[in-house]
Design a protein around this ligand. Structure first.
Ligand code: GLA
Length: 739
């Protein structure tokens, strides 16, 4: 194919032998050495194809002014020798020279298990917004088998998105036994892993430990809601544990909603190899000749300015390039889940619609329990899968509620869980072959339900239809909460026949296919990604969703901690935070915590006393005036709830002219409070600022003196005291630059 037509332009390549640069794919065939610096604003991931054409990672760190010096890096390390020449491979194959954890392992069509991938050529494409995509072709010299490594570089945010495309032209299928997205290699004087674990209502519990020799694996085998026990996001600090503002730290995250696996191997040379991709557990993949196996993306970001800078970079990247409508606005809402659970009818809901207006939020969200007739959805034991309105609860259908909402001047949204089925349902009775189950074994349930087999295209049509029918019947429907409460037990697809090892992968392909179809038809309708709380949130799913539900645990004290940890990886605009009756804190505390993201309520408005209601109404108005800062501003974690009695979080406008600061008491022992000032970050040192307290409970006077002015320097060096105490347990401050 004509090189120009392919749009391949050679922009930068260092070649240390005498051969002219070619336009388009650059071949390494005649060169002794090819160096490919994958460069962001601050960093460089440098690859080298040496004389044997092994593609290696020779440097990953702060970028150097003189690119030629990358070549000198390995010579200044006096670690032990590499017996294989592939210890720092950019994509480690197995069965030939390699002695460590592979990124890929295969069984060729003839039964041979060896693979040796050598550099052939690479290209560099300039995309919009300064984004560059590097693609490097590796081939096995013996077998007609190839892997193309892709590196998409978002220079301004220092984000690198890596994935692989695997292909062959052998005379029969090749079995892929491992097929990672990416393979990194890092050098440092020690590594510290910050990982997360959890369970329902206990999401995102951090754990930091020094990485010891051998392999540490972060993985999930749950099939769906794969993050409930362990999400794929992690951090690795280099040389010493990074803090908020200091140290070198790598953020990693697999953009995939299915089973994932990340191996962190500290090898015998003391270097760290990170291999991330789809979990190969029970998933050997039979790749046909000519078929392309495209892995999900591994997203990573290196910061030499600590965790805070890394997270702000990642937030910017997500809002600009990944999260659906990341640069847009969000709707505040009233949800009826905790207010009614399954116990409601049309007149009760109409009352809640009036309450939605009274409260002053944008939308009413009807939760679980509105559907199914033969086996009515009156609890979580029946009805999932039967998506017709329940006639006794909603005799006039969802349509009449949407109409009523419009008449009240609010929007209407609805809960669905379309991937799931209760055995007690008409769907199960009609299509047992659509259900993920082992026909000869006893069923085992997670929340009394099973998962539908999304590897089957007919089931994909059904799941698409659940949402599509709602929109077709109710064009004014303005919001979807997409839930997914069960994991996969007894993984087996009636549709896949003998190809059962493709099940987990085909399930995810099916899910993404449905989401793509929905987004093609309904590009921007906001959708919340929920999974009994934070069982499913990742940067592939967030291409289709505008927000996620971090946890069913809405106790605000717990939420401070949960939201804090999520905030390292996901921007606040994507965090759906609801004020509920969980926890012992007053409504002000609960509202203040929920305001650090996308605000919603899940309370009985009519049960609020006059003052509580007036407080909420006013807080919503104030939130509407500052929410642009939470959604689009720079987020600074100022005082860590795990390290002291006060938690403090700030959101600042990019131009440093305004901000909002949230402060909470997280320790109720005697005398605890903001004894010391909280140091702000990210301000203009020479500008003068004022601080004013917002979110005041009716009748309460603020102790903050609004007339005082402070320089940015003062606020960042000495700090400001929000006056958090036992009688002021949550304090929201608006910061403004004096004009
Ligand atoms: C899950 C969600 C809740 C609610 C229920 C409904 O648990 O996380 O918010 O929607 O399902 O059954």
């Amino acid at each position: 194919m004509n090189r120009r037509r392919k749009g391949m332009i050679a922009v930068r390549q260092l070649v240390y032998c005498s051969i002219a640069l070619m336009a388009g794919w650059m071949s390494g065939s005649l060169k002794a050495q090819t160096i490919i610096p994958v460069v962001t604003s601050n960093n460089a991931l440098v690859l080298e194809a040496g004389k044997n054409k092994d593609l290696s990672v020779i440097y990953f760190g702060k970028k150097l002014a003189n690119e030629k010096e990358y070549q000198l890096v390995s010579s200044v390390y006096k670690q032990t020798g590499d017996y294989t020449d592939v210890l720092n491979a950019a994509y480690t194959s197995s069965g030939s020279r390699n002695l460590v954890e592979p990124a890929i392992s295969v069984v060729h069509a003839d039964g041979n298990r060896s693979l040796d991938l050598r550099y052939v050529k690479h290209e560099q494409k300039q995309l919009a917004d300064g984004i560059t995509q590097y693609s490097i072709l590796l081939k096995d010299p013996v077998y007609d088998f190839e892997v193309t490594l892709h590196y998409k570089v978002y220079p301004h945010q220092d984000v690198i998105e890596q994935w692989s495309v695997i292909k062959h032209r052998e005379k029969g299928n090749v079995v892929l036994e491992k097929f990672a997205s990416a393979n990194l290699h890092l050098k440092a004087k020690g590594f510290w892993l910050n990982q997360y674990h959890g369970d329902w209502a206990k999401e995102m519990q951090p754990e930091e430990s020094k990485i010891t020799h051998g392999i540490k694996t972060i993985d999930s085998k749950l099939g769906t809601r794969t993050n409930i026990f362990q999400p794929s996001v992690f951090m690795v600090s280099l040389n010493k544990p990074a803090t908020e503002d200091e140290g070198t730290v790598l953020y990693g995250s697999l953009a995939y909603s299915g089973n994932f696996r990340t191996d962190l191997e500290l090898d015998y040379q003391d270097n760290l190899r990170i291999i991330s991709g789809i979990n190969n557990y029970a998933s050997a993949y039979n790749l046909k000749p000519g078929e392309e196996f495209v892995t999900p993306s591994f997203i990573h970001l290196l910061s030499s300015k600590g965790k805070g800078f890394a997270s702000r970079q990642l937030h910017d990247w997500a809002r600009n390039y990944r999260l659906l409508d990341g640069k847009g606005d969000r709707l505040t809402l009233l949800n009826n889940w905790e207010a009614t659970y399954f116990d409601f009818n049309e007149s009760k809901l109409k009352e809640l619609l009036r309450d939605t207006k009274k409260l002053g939020v944008d939308l009413f969200l009807l939760d679980d329990g509105w559907f199914a007739n033969k086996y009515p959805r009156n609890d979580d034991k029946a009805g999932l899968g039967d998506w017709a309105e329940n006639k006794s609860k909603l005799p006039n259908g969802v349509a009449s509620l949407v109409k009523e909402a419009t008449a009240n001047g609010v929007k209407f949204g609805i809960w669905v869980e379309p991937e799931m089925v209760n055995p007690k349902s008409e769907l199960y009775e009609k299509h047992p072959d659509w259900v993920v189950r082992q026909p000869a074994r006893q069923e085992h349930y997670f929340r009394n339900q099973l998962v539908l087999d999304l590897s089957n295209p007919v089931v994909q049509d059904f799941v698409f239809g659940v949402v599509d029918n709602l929109f077709t019947k109710n064009p004014d429907l303005a919001y979807i909460k997409w839930d997914c409460n069960a994991v996969i037990y007894n993984a087996h697809s009636a549709y896949l026949g003998k190809q059962q090892s493709h099940f987990y992968i085909e399930y995810m392909r099916g899910l993404y296919n449905v989401l793509q179809r929905l987004r093609a038809k309904y590009p921007k309708v906001p959708m919340m990604l929920c999974s009994g709380g934070g069982g499913r949130v990742d940067y592939e799913a967030l291409k289709y969703f505008t927000e996620y539900w971090p946890s069913d645990n809405t106790d605000p004290l717990e939420r401070i901690f949960i939201q804090w940890e999520y905030s390292y990886f996901y921007p606040a605009i994507a965090s759906a935070n609801h004020v509920t009756d969980w926890g012992k804190q007053p409504i002000k505390f609960r509202t203040d915590v929920a305001m650090m993201g996308k605000l919603g309520f899940d309370i009985v408005v009519s049960h609020l006393n006059e003052k509580d209601l007036a407080f909420c109404q006013n807080a919503i108005k104030e939130y509407n005036a500052f929410r642009h800062l939470v959604y689009q501003g720079d987020q600074y974690r100022l005082s860590d709830p795990r390290k002291g009695s006060v938690a403090s979080m700030a959101f600042l406008s990019k131009d440093q002219s305004e901000g909002v600061l949230f402060n909470y008491l997280v320790n109720n022992r005697y005398g605890e409070g903001s004894v010391y000032p909280v140091q702000l970050k990210g301000l203009d040192p020479s500008a003068m600022y004022t601080l004013k307290e917002l979110s005041l409970y009716p009748g309460v006077k603020s102790s903050i003196d609004t007339s005082k002015q402070y320089s940015g320097e003062f606020l960042m060096t000495v700090g400001f005291n929000p006056e958090v105490s036992g009688s002021r347990t949550s304090v929201v401050l608006k910061l403004e630059k004096v004009k």
